[in-house]
Each structure stands twice: as C-alpha cells, then as structure tokens.
Design a protein around this ligand. Structure first.
Ligand SMILES: Cc1ncc(CN)c(N)n1
Length: 232
C-alpha cells in the first residue's frame, strides 16, 4: 500500500532544503510540465493565437472560474483564522474585479454570443474540472482546498513567468499574462505553498494521503483542460 507521508519523508531525507510542495510538483510529472509548457501559452505570448481561439478558451475558463470562486468561498469559511481569510479574501476581490473584467471585455471584444457567456456548452474536460472544484468545496477539508489552489495558481504562475511576451500583443492577452506574472500574484502563490506545507504537518495519515491525491488529480485535470481547449 502506498504511504505518501513515508514516501515524502524518504524524498526529503535526501535533500538539504526539502519542501512538500516541491515533492508534490515533482510527483505530478509529466502532467505538471505539460501544462507549464502548453502550446496554448506560447501562441498567446507570441500573439499568434487567433482572437476566436482566445475567446473559446476564455469561455471555457470562465466555466472554471465560477466554481473556483465558490471554492475560495469555502476556503475562507474553513480557514483556521482571520490571517488566512484576509489573504484569500483579497484574492477573491481581485478575481471578481480585475480578472472578471478581463473575461467580460474579452467576450465583448471578440463578439462572444450571449448564450456562450451565460450558459455555454462545456467541454467534458471543463465539466470534470468543475466537478473536482465542487467536490473539494464539499469536502470541508482546508488542506484539500489549499492543494487545489496551489496547483491552479502555481501552474499559472509557471507558464506566465516562462513565456516571453511578444512586443505587439493584443492588450487583453497582455492583461491575461500580467494577471499571472505580477509581483502580487507571485507573493500569493508563495503564501499558498507555505500555508499548505504548514497545514500538512497537522494532518493524519489519511488526510495527508487525500490531500496528495487531490493535488495530483488537479494537475491531471489542468492538463486535460488545456489539451481540450487548444490543440495547436
Ligand atoms: C484552468 C485554469 N487553471 C488556473 C487558472 C488560474 N486561476 C485559470 N484561470 N484556469
């Protein structure tokens, strides 16, 4: 039987500054790197992604953002105290203002029909990601919620800091990258990783194993989502 905490301890024993989130990321390969290096993000950064393809991606991604915002609400409710609620609450503030506005202006700019804005047909990969986000919210486990947040936000920081932005980029593409490589976003991801590592120390074997499973499952969903929205 697999014992994730024992596996982590064995991995950590061979390193001088081991971090649980580095182990989680490493054990998520090859899915992790497939998302960070996804051709969608290269096309976006080079400016070769057609507006229609960007809009299609954003329609599906708005289907992610809705239950994702609800998951953050669960995380705020299940956090151990005000310090965490403040950080998560500020992130929700950004998500529901600046980030929401990028979606709305993308729909407007690229003429996305009303039905695709309000009740689109979700791809199976989007629907399974939505299910994972809802299940995690219903789990009442703050550790699992943090595991999902670390994956979704750290992966986006990963591609956004990997790519080189083209000189003449559509302002909406530029804003989308800017939301995910800013100093504020880097600080938020660093905070998420630290909190997951701290909370993980308080988990029993079963909870730790569930958190690890949730992390890996989320990375797999991210890969399936991006493969489904853009095949290059
Ligand atoms: C699918 C997905 N994963 C992560 C993110 C970054 N919040 C996003 N917008 N979409």
């Amino acid at each position: 039987m697999s014992m994730p905490r024992t596996d982590y301890a064995a991995w950590a024993a061979e390193r001088s500054a081991p971090r649980l989130t580095d182990w989680l990321r490493e054990t998520s390969e090859p899915d992790w790197s497939a998302v960070v290096n996804h051709p969608l993000f290269d096309a976006l950064a080079e400016g070769s992604l057609p507006g229609e393809a960007f809009a299609d991606y954003m329609v599906q991604d708005y289907g992610f953002v809705d239950p994702f915002t609800a998951l953050l609400g669960h995380a705020i409710g299940h956090a151990p105290g005000m310090a965490d609620r403040v950080v998560l609450g500020q992130f929700v503030g950004m998500l529901t203002s600046d980030e929401n506005s990028v979606f709305q202006r993308t729909f407007e700019t690229f003429g996305v029909p009303e039905t695709d804005r309000n009740a689109p047909e979700y791809l199976p990969a989007t629907a399974s990601f939505q299910q994972l986000l809802r299940e995690t919210g219903a789990s009442e486990s703050y550790a699992q919620m943090l595991a999902v947040l670390v994956v979704t936000e750290w992966l986006y920081l990963g591609w956004a800091t990997r790519i080189t932005r083209g000189e003449i980029l559509h302002p909406l593409y530029d804003e989308w990258v800017g939301l995910h490589d800013s100093q504020a976003f880097q600080t938020f991801v660093a905070w998420l990783r630290r909190r997951l590592e701290e909370i993980a120390e308080t988990l029993d074997e079963t909870e730790f194993a569930r958190m690890v499973e949730r992390f890996h499952e989320t990375v797999a969903r991210e890969r399936a989502f991006h493969d489904a929205v853009y095949s290059g």
